[in-house]
Design a protein around this ligand. Structure first.
Ligand SMILES: C[C@H](O)[C@H](O)[C@H]1CNC2=NC(N)=NC(=O)C2=N1
Length: 91
């Protein structure tokens, strides 16, 4: 099981555009077209399933919010950081 990161490690490891919110890391992605957001969310789901580490995804008009935490560890781990980088690569 991944170990929960310290506050300092989290701040140091946050990928571009991501921020900490309690025991989660999160980023909002914006789109010119609603269906582009839908396609992005689907791509995020594919990555999550491939990596077996799943985010909370909120789809709004022209915006998609992605949130990661490691449920099994009860906090933010390197798995969350790794997936956040992979999600950035889908944007
Ligand atoms: C039972 C547990 O949910 C699974 O082992 C996997 C699936 N996807 C997961 N996703 C996230 N974000 N955290 C987990 O701890 C996790 N665990």
């Amino acid at each position: 099981m991944s170990d929960v990161l310290s506050d300092e490690e989290i701040e140091r490891k946050l990928p571009e555009g991501w921020e900490r919110d309690g025991e989660e890391i999160t980023r909002r992605y914006t789109f010119d077209d609603y269906l582009d957001g839908i396609a992005f969310a689907s791509a995020v789901g594919e990555v999550a399933e491939e990596e077996f580490h799943h985010p909370e995804i909120r789809i709004d008009y022209e915006e998609v919010e992605v949130r990661f935490t490691t449920h099994e560890a009860g906090g933010i781990t390197d798995s969350d950081v790794r997936l956040a980088h992979l999600v950035n690569d889908e944007y």
